[in-house]
Design a binder for this molecule. Structure first.
Ligand SMILES: O=C(O)CCC(=O)C(=O)O
Ligand SMILES: [Fe+2]
Length: 239
């Protein structure tokens, strides 16, 4: 892999999409764990105001915190040498991995509205999403990921209602085994999900000197929301 070239591409576009980054067998192992978990516990963990206002329709699972799962399949991905090396090229020394989060969306759910994972006011304070897909996502399944190219350098996501379109938006259909890196300041969303559940696994990480809770406040087109306090901090656009 030409890491220098990939680094350039990531910093130009604010995202990087690499197919067949992981082996299919490793994806199957994780996917089986995911299915096992969500058949057992399909509960929403966000409160209702958040679900209604943000139109986010995802159920998170932290396999490493879960005593009923041994989490080995996910640990193996986290320790992948190429993933480590690529991250090091992008973020430099002393970057840190945050907790692995699996995000599950039910069939026919809304996906995710436009958002930035963390406020963009401090350019150097950001998270890096390292998203892994254990099954194909495409036009047939729905749930494709949209990213606005170059938006990690464009400051605040414009305030609006949630379904606007942007000039440089790119629609990605991640295949099983692919890796999608998204800068936390980039404007991104997930399209509505079709008849099969959707899942992505995120090994978020942060550069040196960035706090672990950098993604506690998320910027949506219509509000700023704080997860730890379950509070709408700012209403940006009334419905
Ligand atoms: O699941 C995806 O494709 C995107 C998820 C996302 O927005 C995030 O992890 O911040
Ligand atoms: Fe996000």
């Amino acid at each position: 892999m030409d890491y220098q070239k990939l680094k350039q591409e990531f910093w130009d576009k604010g995202y990087l999409y690499l197919e067949n980054f992981f082996e299919q067998a490793a994806m199957d192992e994780c996917h089986i764990e995911i299915q096992k978990h969500f058949n057992m516990n399909p509960d929403y963990q966000h409160d209702q105001e958040f679900l209604t206002r943000s139109e986010a329709d995802v159920i998170p699972w932290f396999p490493s915190k879960d005593k009923s799962s041994d989490g080995k399949a996910f640990d193996k991905l986290n320790q992948n040498a190429a993933l480590d090396e690529l991250t090091q090229y992008l973020l430099g020394d002393d970057w840190r991995s945050l907790e692995c989060m699996v995000m599950f969306s039910n069939p026919e759910s809304k996906g995710q509205p436009w958002h930035q994972d963390c406020p963009p006011e401090q350019t150097e304070n950001f998270n890096l999403n390292r998203l892994i897909y254990t099954s194909d996502i495409n036009e047939k399944t729905g749930g494709q990921t949209l990213v606005v190219e170059g938006s990690h350098k464009m400051g605040l996501l414009p305030a609006s209602q949630n379904n606007q379109t942007f000039e440089n938006e790119v629609c990605l259909s991640p295949t099983k085994g692919s890796l999608l890196l998204i800068h936390g300041h980039a404007w991104h969303r997930v399209l509505p999900v079709g008849t099969v559940f959707r899942v992505s696994t995120n090994f978020r990480c942060v550069p040196k000197n960035t706090p672990d809770n950098v993604t506690d406040i998320c910027v949506y087109a219509d509000m700023r929301y704080q997860f730890s306090t379950k509070q709408v901090l700012e209403t940006r656009c009334e419905f």
